[in-house]
Design a protein around this ligand. Structure first.
Ligand code: SF4
Length: 85
């Protein structure tokens, strides 16, 4: 299978997840279960916390499987992107 990137759309943030990259460290689900919960479908709820808090937590993903894009309400000239190397 090709690298499938799954997208989870929130009001202020879009979270992407690449299962192939995930090393199952558990950082996401253990550290922020209100947003990352494997018992729920979809397992990522980008509206369950502030976009900033979710973004900061995604920065801790050790594999880069999780990434995000912050959605600016004023999309005219600003667009933040994040690439977790
Ligand atoms: S923090 Fe990243 S590597 Fe760890 S389980 Fe979550 S997605 Fe996978």
């Amino acid at each position: 299978m090709q690298n499938a990137k799954k997208l989870y759309y929130g009001e202020k943030i879009t979270v992407t997840f690449q299962p192939e990259k995930c090393i199952h460290s558990g950082v996401c689900v253990q550290g922020f279960p209100s947003v990352f919960n494997l018992d729920k479908r979809p397992w990522i709820d980008p509206d369950a916390a502030t976009a900033e808090a979710i973004a900061q937590h995604i920065d801790k993903c050790p594999s880069g499987a999780l990434e995000y894009e912050l959605l600016d309400e004023d999309k005219s000239d600003k667009k933040e992107e994040h690439n977790n190397a």
